[in-house]
Ligand binder design. Structure first.
Ligand SMILES: [Zn+2]
Length: 295
């Protein structure tokens, strides 16, 4: 029955990341997310009318490099903010407006390291939103360290990919802080970004994330979690055009400041290099997340 109430656009934006490779039920949607999505839909309409891991093994040289990299990150002046109404990226003053932000959720599972290498080879930045349940083993932790060492921003996506509006505040806190501690142990710094699974934020989460000095964001569009786009060629076209006609988005969601949701998935991994190239051919700069303002 819920299908009747939710418009397909809402379905697209709200389904978000899933634990497995099938898309999420439509009903898994936070109120706030609905509001944000409605605003996006309205705007669309308007337009139409008009390190614990290998610390011991690390050499002094490596440690020095890490320190230098961290210092470099810290001195960047923030040039962008996240618009909390629609989750797009906005320039603070005269920074280039024509940017897109790449984000990879549910990492580091099977493909995140390959995806990081692909991005690196294209000199493209991204945020990897990670889960604690992908960081159980030494090998998995090493993957996270490798991604961070390549220069990518690491975001908190909760410990167990928990839908936060379903659980107590105590549990919400644990899901976020326990993962912050684990990430800090592995890469030597706290994550600066937070994204709730399914975009299901609560007021408690929003406050906690701010207190922790992290920037919270959902996303503006993504297609790799919909059946018709679980295919590299189709996904590539959808991400570059912003259009997902097979999930009832026959218009483009690609615009300046678009916050692109992708996942650690086989077809996304395969399409990633071409997605970066295609977006650049359209004149978009791939944003360095280090330029986004944090609390
Ligand atoms: Zn997710």
């Amino acid at each position: 029955m819920k299908k009747l109430i939710f418009c397909s656009c809402l379905f697209l934006l709200a389904a978000g990341c899933s634990d497995n490779q099938s898309s999420e039920p439509v009903g898994n949607t936070a109120d706030q997310e609905e509001e944000a999505v409605n605003e996006v839909s309205a705007a669309e309409k308007e337009n139409k009318e008009k390190e614990s891991v290998s610390d011991e093994e690390a050499t002094d040289d490596n440690e020095k490099e890490d320190e230098e990299a961290i210092q470099e990150e810290e001195i960047k002046e923030p040039l962008y903010t996240i618009n909390e109404e629609n989750w797009s990226v906005q320039p603070i003053s005269d920074a280039n407006e024509k940017v897109v932000l790449l984000t990879i959720d549910d990492a580091p599972d099977k493909h995140a390291v390959d995806m990081a290498k692909t991005l690196k080879s294209h000199d493209a930045d991204a945020i990897f939103f990670v889960n604690g349940h992908f960081l159980d083993t030494e090998e998995e932790r090493q993957k996270l360290k490798e991604i961070h060492d390549m220069g990518f921003a690491i975001g908190n996506h909760t410990y167990n990919h928990q839908k936060l509006d379903d659980v107590s505040e105590e549990k919400q806190r644990e899901e976020i802080l326990k993962l912050n501690d684990l990430i800090t142990d592995i890469i030597g710094e706290k994550p600066k970004f937070f994204r709730a699974p399914h975009g299901a934020n609560t007021d408690f989460v929003k406050n906690l994330v701010k207190e922790e000095g992290m920037t919270l964001m959902n996303w503006t569009y993504g297609y790799d979690y919909f059946k018709p786009y679980m295919d590299a060629e189709k996904l590539k076209t959808a991400m570059i055009t912003g259009e997902g006609p097979e999930v009832d988005v026959p218009y483009s969601l690609l615009k300046s400041g678009a916050n692109l949701l992708m996942h650690d998935r086989e077809w996304t991994n395969e399409a990633l290099g071409d997605i970066v190239k295609g977006l650049r051919e359209k004149g978009y700069e791939i944003l360095d997340p280090g330029l986004i303002k944090t609390p």
